[in-house]
Design a protein around this ligand. Structure first.
Ligand SMILES: *Cc1c(COP(=O)(O)O)cnc(C)c1O
Length: 380
């Protein structure tokens, strides 16, 4: 497929901001890696998906809907899901915004509040869509670097927030590092964010961090604060529904939710996704099991990698940020040849880092063995 427009056409039609936009990197294509490696089964560690799958109740809900037929449009308000989500976080349903993945809500937020030239603050290294969507709207993006230990830099954040952003994107836990802000750090961000700015707390991985007593429930910290905020969560990661696309935002007030709802396309969350999410939310035992297994396995694999001499950032999510000690692009290519897909991190200062999602133990063992062999070879 050819996605490239003829230069003359692109120049005359495409907005300047779009022409200059970096594209999102979804990682290598599994079929291409299968062909390249000859591996019967590709080990995909590039998208932070759940190796433990979704609750069996999800397949049942989707099957029921398919039996019923899909000729009708989905519920445009997502009433049943919004109410189930609202109940689970003790917030009225009119403050819940549903998205075709939480990415969709990041996009809606930018479309709703950003004018060209506005300032957006986020972290580096970080989630690329926290930069791509603002730039699409013509906003400027200030990226606050992490500390040398990949932790949160309170002083740098305080200075950046003093510059008067209109929108602040903060992921907790953070992607790609897997680090988390503790209660005090989150509170310091909330205090330093101008009241005129919209504070967006992206909690895509919150379920994995919750067992840590230092991890702050963003809703608990923000609830009752008289300022605009929204907490984003998703069914893609711990709930194992990445392929079906559904996430949600909990807004500070119904007015903000209403504004976002005016911007989104009316049927942005399809009916199978709405039904699947209600079913997933109803199976908290499956979620707890996924979180438990992820925690044990991430500790085990991190230990193995450190034992093999790698620097690995301590992760409170379902992926690891690993210093390979070599050019990450080359390491990723070698892993592809072995049938393993990871993401080489391309941000400045992270040129030797890969991000690898957790899989099932057998696949993680293959990954550790291959990575160790590749990097040992590179040393000679
Ligand atoms: C994966 C991820 C998301 C959203 O994923 P969706 O599948 O669109 O819900 C949002 N933010 C961060 C930081 C992520 O890593």
């Amino acid at each position: 497929m050819n996605h490239v427009l003829e230069p003359a056409i692109a120049a005359s039609l495409v907005r300047r901001e779009v022409a200059a936009l970096p594209s999102y990197d979804p990682g290598a294509d599994a079929e291409e890696v299968a062909a390249l490696s000859g591996a019967a089964r590709v080990i995909k560690l590039s998208n932070n998906e759940s190796p433990f799958g979704a609750s069996p109740a999800v397949a049942e809900a989707v099957r029921l809907r398919l039996t019923d037929g899909v000729s009708r449009y989905p519920d445009p308000t997502g009433k049943r899901l919004a109410e189930a989500v609202g109940k689970s976080v003790a917030v009225p349903a009119d403050r819940i915004v549903l998205g075709n993945g939480s990415e969709n809500i990041l996009e809606l937020l930018c479309q709703t509040v950003l004018d060209p030239g506005d300032l957006v603050t986020t972290q580096a290294p970080g989630f690329s869509l926290h930069e791509i969507f603002p730039r699409m709207m013509g906003a400027r993006v200030k990226k606050v670097p992490v500390t040398a230990e990949f932790g949160f830099d309170a002083f740098a954040w305080r200075d950046a927030l003093a510059e008067g952003p209109k929108l602040v994107f903060l992921a907790n836990p953070c992607n790609p590092t897997g680090t988390m802000l503790n209660v005090g750090e989150l509170k310091s961000i909330v205090a330093a964010t101008p009241e005129s700015a919209l504070l967006v707390l992206d909690e895509a991985y919150c379920e994995f961090a919750r067992p840590n007593p230092e991890y702050p429930d963003g809703l608990a910290v923000l609830r009752g604060r008289n300022r605009p905020w929204i907490v984003l969560r998703t069914f893609s990661k711990a709930y194992g529904l990445a392929g079906i696309r559904v996430g949600f935002g909990v807004a500070s007030d119904a007015g903000l939710a209403h504004a976002l709802n005016r911007v989104r396309t009316p049927y942005n969350v399809n009916q199978l996704a709405q039904d699947a999410a209600v079913a997933a939310l109803g199976d908290q035992a499956h979620l707890a099991d996924t979180v438990h297994r992820t925690g044990l396995e991430i500790a085990r694999v991190t230990d193995q990698l450190r034992g093999a001499g790698f620097r690995v950032v301590t992760s409170w999510a379902n992926f690891m940020f690993i210093d390979t000690g070599h050019d990450a692009n080359r390491v990723a290519q070698e892993l592809h040849r072995a049938g393993i897909i990871v993401k080489a991190w391309r941000e400045q200062g992270c040129e030797n880092f890969i991000r690898a999602s957790l899989s099932i133990p057998e696949e993680n063992d293959v990954f550790v063995r291959c990575l160790t062999a590749i990097c040992a070879k590179g040393k000679r």
